[in-house]
Design a protein around this ligand. Structure first.
Ligand code: ATR
Length: 290
């Protein structure tokens, strides 16, 4: 769609940023809603994050998303940061206020939970323990979301146990601390007994990475399985879960849902995650695409 001189501006800053699906995602919504706006890829080198954030409101940007490797630097550069972003230790969405001050938030926890709610309406977070594999940035958002949703016990398991301990320590404030239990990577299959949810936040199972080896034998039949990995969309973990009758939700929805609050803040419309949006984004990541 052609834009006018009054077009509203937003974008995503990363380094590199060429692989980001966010321009296609927001571009789809802009077209669907007929909005006079643009959402641009912004390649920003690590040393320039603070300077770019200071300059963007002066050239008319309403805000931006922040992706790898800038999420922690963005947290430090924002004037105000909301509670979820502070607990996760990373900012992925920025809105400039009328004085040009950067207001940072993190919508990954929202995106994770919205994806599960949309894909598995019968899952009750309060009913049973959750097992989370991995302790990187994605795991921090997942654990924060599960803790906020009232999951009674979060079993956090990572190859490097130290990193899981660090996530538990930084997110485990007050009542939440008692609900995060760090487990051994070698015992990951045993920890599935009596779980209501299994989430993979590691890069295992992603195209070009190693396989995620885990026996699902002990996982209760009604437990929900979710993979943060969405390339491929149907990971071996999700396929194995479905084969034994477990409900399963793929990882693409987390990416799509996390984008909604930012779009609303910049462009004034809360967009929906539709089949058309999924198809448009999938088209960008399909290996079959010429
Ligand atoms: P992100 O911040 O995007 O979540 P990351 O910080 O690189 O990404 O985290 C990747 C996760 O995948 C980590 O939990 C990592 O485990 P380590 O902390 O032990 O590195 C996990 N991971 C990657 N390769 C792995 C492998 N071969 N076996 C087990 N876990 C692996």
């Amino acid at each position: 769609m052609a834009i006018s001189g009054k077009a509203v501006l937003a974008g995503v800053m990363g380094w590199p940023v060429a692989h980001s699906l966010s321009p296609a995602l927001h571009g789809h919504w802009l077209a669907a809603h007929g909005i006079d706006g643009a959402y641009l890829p912004l390649p920003v080198a690590p040393d320039d994050v603070a300077a770019v954030l200071a300059a963007m409101p002066k050239m008319g940007f309403r805000g931006c998303n922040v992706t790898v490797p800038h999420k922690e630097a963005a947290l430090a550069a924002c004037t105000r940061v909301d509670d979820v972003a502070r607990r996760i230790g990373a900012v992925n969405t920025i809105v400039f206020d009328e004085d040009g001050m950067a207001q940072g938030s993190n919508t990954d926890a929202f995106g994770f939970m919205a994806n599960l709610t949309a894909g598995a309406s019968r899952w009750n977070p309060r009913a049973a323990p959750a097992v989370v594999l991995g302790a990187g940035g994605a795991a921090r958002a997942v654990v924060a979301a599960l803790a906020d949703a009232g999951v009674p016990e979060i079993r956090l398991v990572n190859r490097t146990r130290d990193r899981a301990e660090q996530v538990a320590a930084s997110l485990g404030t007050a009542d939440v601390g008692a609900r995060i239990a760090v487990g051994d990577w070698d015992r990951r299959a045993d920890l599935l007994a009596d779980a209501g949810l299994l989430v993979n936040t590691t890069t295992l199972g992603m195209a070009g990475k190693g396989a995620l080896e885990i026996s699902l034998d002990r996982l209760p039949a009604q437990a929900l399985v979710n993979d943060i990995v969405y390339v491929p969309l149907e990971t071996p973990l999700l396929a194995a879960a479905r084969l034994r009758g477990n409900p399963a939700v793929d990882g693409l929805g987390m990416l799509l849902h996390q984008a909604r609050p930012g779009f609303q803040a910049w462009f004034g419309v809360l967009p929906e995650v539709t089949a058309g949006l999924r198809a448009a984004v999938l088209d960008r990541i399909s290996p079959a695409r010429p």
